[in-house]
Ligand binder design. Structure first.
Ligand SMILES: [Zn+2]
Length: 367
C-alpha cells in the first residue's frame, strides 16, 4: 500500500511539473476564407493540442465573422482576440481628407509611402477616432471575443527596419519628408497651439524634439481612448508593437510603454533588423523593463520557406528556422517574457513543431 501511495504521489508531482512548465503561447492568424465549420473546428482543436493558448485572429471588420469563428476557438479552449489594423484603412466610408499628410504635403490617400496598402489615416482627427471607436465597439460586443488586438497602431515608418532598405532601394540614415507624417492642418495647427512652434517653418523637423513627442502622444491618446471604450465593455485590449520602445519610437513613433493596454505583443522579428536570436533576448529585456508589470509576449517571425532562406533577398522570406526557434523562445523567456506569439502557425513545418514542443515545456524560471 505504501508503495502505491509513493507511486501515486510521484505520478502526481510529475503531472504538476509537466503542467507548470508549459509557457503561454499566442499566435497571429487570419481567416476564415471558405473554411467550413468542420474545418474550423479541426484547425483550432489541432492548434490547441500543439500548445497554442490564444489566437489573435484577423477576419475583417464584420462582427458576425468573429461570432462564428470565436465559437470554435472558444470550444477548442483558446482565448480569442480580434486582430484588426487601426491606422491603415481603405473603407470607402472614410473621407480622403481624413488620411495622413506627409512632410512633402502628399496625402496617403493618393500617394502611399513604400506600398499601395499603406493608406494611413491621420490619428488626430475626431472623425477617425469615431470611426475606429464604432468599429472596435461592435466587435468587442461579440460575446465570444475576449479582447481587441490593435495592429498598425502607429505612423508610417519614417525609418524602415534596416533589413528592408535594400528591398525599397533606400538609405534611410535620416528622416525624409515623404515618409514623415502627419502634416495635415489639424496636426500642424494643434501642435502650434500647444507648443508655439510652426513646424512647417522648421528647417529640419526631425531635430524638433517637441514635434516627436507630440506625435508619440497623439498615438498614445488614441490608444488610451479606445482602451477605455473596450474596457467598459468588460473586454481586454492589447497591441502588436515594434520592438523597443527605443526602436518603435524611432521608426514608427510608438511610445507604447505609456499605453493603457493589458498586454504587449512586440514583433521581435530579428531578421528585419539583420540580427540573430541573441538580439531577441536583448530587446525582450528592454521591453519587459518598459512594460513594467504588464505581460510581454515575444512575437516570433517563422521562416515561410526554411529550405530556401539562404536564397531569399527580402526579410519577409527570412525568419526563424526550426533550429533557431528553440533559441528565440529561450532568449525571450529567460529575459522575462510572459510567453511567445507565433507569426504564423500556418508557416510551421514538422521540424518547427518538434523544436517548439520541446522549448515550450522547459521551466525557464529555474537557473
Ligand atoms: Zn494629421
Amino acid at each position: 500500500m505504501k508503495n502505491i501511495c509513493v507511486a501515486v504521489v510521484f505520478l502526481f508531482s510529475v503531472l504538476v511539473v509537466a503542467q507548470e512548465s508549459k509557457i503561454p503561447v499566442f499566435a497571429w492568424m487570419g481567416g476564415p476564407g471558405e473554411a467550413t465549420d468542420l474545418e474550423l473546428e479541426a484547425q483550432f482543436t489541432d492548434l490547441k493540442k500543439k500548445g497554442i493558448d490564444g489566437l489573435l485572429y484577423s477576419g475583417g471588420h464584420d462582427p458576425e465573422t468573429y461570432k462564428r469563428v470565436g465559437k470554435f476557438v472558444k470550444a477548442a479552449g483558446m482565448e480569442f482576440h480580434t486582430w484588426i489594423p487601426t491606422m491603415i484603412q481603405s473603407d470607402p466610408k472614410l473621407k480622403p481628407e481624413w488620411y495622413g499628410v506627409s512632410g512633402k504635403g502628399e496625402s496617403a490617400y493618393e500617394i502611399q509611402p513604400y506600398a499601395g496598402y499603406y493608406k494611413f489615416l491621420c490619428p488626430n482627427k475626431k472623425e477617425v477616432y469615431k470611426y475606429l471607436k464604432d468599429m472596435y465597439s461592435k466587435v468587442a460586443d461579440v460575446e465570444e471575443v475576449d479582447g481587441i488586438h490593435l495592429d498598425y497602431i502607429r505612423y508610417p515608418d519614417v525609418i524602415l527596419a534596416r533589413g528592408l532598405w535594400e528591398k525599397y532601394d533606400l538609405i534611410q540614415d535620416q528622416e525624409f519628408p515623404e515618409y514623415d507624417f502627419c502634416y495635415c492642418d489639424t496636426c500642424t495647427s494643434d501642435f502650434k497651439k500647444k507648443s508655439g512652434i510652426d513646424i512647417k517653418a522648421a528647417e529640419d523637423p526631425s531635430t524638433v524634439q517637441e514635434w516627436k513627442q507630440y506625435r508619440y502622444d497623439v498615438i498614445t491618446s488614441l490608444v488610451n481612448r479606445l482602451s477605455e471604450v473596450v474596457h467598459k465593455k468588460g473586454k481586454q485590449i492589447n497591441a502588436a508593437v515594434f520592438p523597443g520602445p527605443s526602436i518603435s519610437k524611432k521608426l514608427v513613433r510608438q511610445e507604447w510603454n505609456k499605453w493603457d493596454v493589458d498586454a504587449y505583443f512586440p514583433m521581435n522579428y530579428n531578421d528585419f533588423y539583420m540580427a540573430n536570436t541573441l538580439w531577441v533576448g536583448s530587446v525582450v529585456k528592454e521591453e519587459v523593463h518598459a512594460a513594467k508589470e504588464k505581460p510581454v509576449y515575444s512575437g516570433l517571425f517563422i521562416s515561410p520557406r526554411p529550405w530556401n532562406k539562404a536564397n531569399e533577398e527580402d526579410p519577409e522570406g527570412h525568419g526563424l528556422l526550426p533550429e533557431e526557434l528553440e533559441d528565440a523562445i529561450r532568449e525571450s523567456m529567460e529575459n522575462g517574457a510572459k510567453g511567445i506569439c507565433l507569426f504564423t502557425p500556418g508557416r510551421m513545418t514538422d521540424a518547427h513543431w518538434a523544436a517548439f514542443e520541446k522549448a515550450i515545456h522547459i521551466d525557464y524560471t529555474k537557473d
